[in-house]
Design a protein around this ligand. Structure first.
Ligand SMILES: [Zn+2]
Length: 420
C-alpha cells in the first residue's frame, strides 16, 4: 500500500496503517477512523486528549498506536449479514457493531453471532471464514441477547462507537456520581481492598449474568461482596485517568434507567466541560523561587508567603507542598523546626529529635512524609503507568466458547462475604 501511495504522491515517511487504508478506500482519515474502526468506542471516554476528534491528524501517535487495535479478541460475524451483503453488495464486510465486547448477536437479524478465532481473521472477508466459524451454542449466549441489562449495555457501547470525539473522563465521572450518590455508593478511593459501603462493582455483578461478565471482566462475578475493584468502582472517582469503556458502559447501565438517558447526560456534561475553563488553563502559578525565599525568611512558616501572595493561600500551600516544604507552625512552645533540625541536620534519631522539639514522633514522621512530596508524586505516576489498576483481575477476558455455566445461571447466588 505504501508503494502504491508513493507512486501517486509524496507521502509522509511515517504514514500510519490506518491512513494508508483510508487512502485505499478513498475516505478522509477522520471519517475512516470514525466509521470503520472501533477507536471511537475504545476511546469513547478518556482523559488523554479528550478534546481531539476521533482520527484527528493532530495526534498521529494515537492513529499509529491505537487506531488498528481490536475491541475484543476474536472476529465475529452474522451469517445472515454475510449472505445479504453478498447479494446486495457483491461481497461481505465485517461489522464494527459485532466486534464490541459482550455483543453476541446481530441486532438486525436477531441471530447469534459466529466466532472466528484465527489471528488474521480480518484479512479476509467474513464469507471466507463462514465454513470454519464456530457457532456459539451455549444457553447463556442465546439468552444474553434478550437480557435487558445486556441490551442496554449494547446500546451504550453503540452510542460510544458513534461519537465524534471522546467524552472527557471528568464529565463522565460527574454524570455517574449523581445517581451513585443517591444510591449511597462508595465514591472515593482508599488504600483498602474492601469496604462496608455499597459498591458499584457489586451492583454490576448482580445486574449482569455471571457467564457474560466472565467474557468482559473476569473475576467480577465471583468476587466477594465489598471487595473494591478499582477499574470498575474507580469510574466514580477517577478523574486523571480513565478506566475501560466497558466499565463506564456497565456503570451507566446500572445507574441510569436507559442507555439514551446515560448517553445524553454524558454528551451534555462533556459539552459543558469543554466550555468551562480547566485547571490547565489557569494562569501561571506563583513564582516558586520567590515563595521558597519567603518560606526560609519566615523560618518554615507560610505567613510571609501568604501575605505576599494576595489571598492565594491555597496556591501557596499547594506550591510549597509540591516541592516538599511543609509548614512548621506549631503552638504552645512546641517547635517542629527544632525537631526537624535535630533529625535532618544533627542526625539524631526520630525519638530524640521529636523530644528536642517537644513534638510527638507521629507529628515528626508526618512532617517527613510531607517533605517527600516529589517522591510521592513520582510513586503515584509509577502506579498510574502500570495501566489500569486492578485487584480482582489481570486475566484476559474469557472467550465465550470457553465459559462454562455454573449450576446457577445468572447473578451471584452464593457469594462469599468479604472479611475486612
Ligand atoms: Zn445480521
Amino acid at each position: 500500500m505504501t508503494r502504491w501511495a508513493r507512486r501517486h504522491e509524496n507521502i509522509q515517511e511515517d504514514i500510519t496503517c490506518v491512513e494508508l487504508l483510508s487512502r485505499v478506500a478513498g475516505i478522509e482519515p477522520v471519517s475512516f477512523v470514525r466509521q470503520h474502526t472501533t477507536l471511537p468506542f475504545r476511546r469513547g471516554i478518556t482523559s488523554y486528549q479528550h478534546s481531539l476528534e476521533h482520527g484527528s491528524p493532530a495526534n498521529r501517535q494515537i492513529l499509529r498506536l491505537s487506531a488498528m487495535r481490536v475491541a475484543r479478541q476474536g472476529a465475529y460475524l452474522c451469517e445472515d449479514c454475510v449472505k445479504s451483503d453478498q447479494v446486495t453488495l457483491g461481497r461481505s464486510y465485517w461489522r464494527r457493531a459485532h466486534q464490541l465486547p459482550g455483543i453476541y448477536w446481530c441486532a438486525k437479524h436477531r441471530l447469534t453471532l459466529r466466532l472466528v478465532e484465527a489471528e488474521d481473521a480480518f484479512l479476509a472477508a467474513p464469507s471466507a471464514w463462514l465454513p470454519e466459524s464456530q457457532e456459539l451454542g451455549q444457553p447463556w449466549v442465546q439468552t444474553s441477547s434478550r437480557h435487558p441489562m445486556i441490551e442496554r449495555f449494547a446500546q451504550v457501547c453503540l452510542g460510544l462507537l458513534d461519537t465524534r470525539k471522546p467524552i472527557a473522563v471528568r464529565a463522565a465521572r460527574n454524570v455517574l456520581q449523581v445517581p451513585a450518590r443517591q444510591a449511597g455508593l462508595r465514591m472515593h478511593a482508599s488504600g483498602k481492598k474492601t469496604c462496608t459501603e455499597p459498591l458499584l462493582s457489586d451492583r454490576i455483578a448482580s445486574a449482569f449474568p455471571s457467564e457474560w461478565l466472565e467474557t468482559i471482566l473476569p473475576g467480577l462475578a465471583s468476587k466477594p461482596t465489598g471487595a473494591i475493584v478499582s477499574q470498575v468502582d474507580g469510574v466514580l472517582w477517577m478523574s486523571n485517568s480513565a478506566s475501560s469503556s466497558v466499565a463506564y458502559a456497565m456503570a451507566a447501565c446500572v445507574l441510569f434507567g436507559s442507555a439514551d438517558e446515560a448517553l445524553r447526560k454524558f454528551m451534555a456534561a462533556d459539552k459543558n466541560h469543554a466550555i468551562t475553563p480547566q485547571k490547565d488553563a489557569a494562569p501561571a502559578g506563583p513564582d516558586v523561587d520567590a515563595l521558597r525565599a519567603l518560606y526560609i525568611k519566615g523560618r518554615g512558616s507560610y505567613g510571609l508567603a501568604n501575605r505576599s501572595s494576595g489571598g492565594g493561600q491555597y496556591r501557596v500551600r499547594k506550591c510549597l507542598g509540591e516541592i516538599g516544604l511543609p509548614t512548621m507552625a506549631l503552638k504552645g512552645g512546641r517547635s517542629m523546626l527544632t525537631a526537624a533540625r535535630a533529625l535532618l541536620l544533627e542526625e539524631l534519631d526520630l525519638m530524640e529529635s521529636a523530644q528536642a522539639g517537644g513534638v510527638t514522633e507521629g507529628e515528626l514522621l508526618e512532617l517527613i512524609r510531607r517533605t517527600a512530596a516529589p517522591l510521592i508524586a513520582a510513586l503515584k505516576e509509577m502506579d498510574t503507568a502500570d495501566a489500569t489498576p486492578g485487584r480482582v483481575t489481570r486475566r484476559r477476558p474469557s472467550m465465550p466458547n470457553c465459559v462454562k455455566s455454573p449450576r446457577a445461571t445468572s447473578g451471584r447466588t452464593r457469594r462469599q462475604e468479604a472479611t475486612s
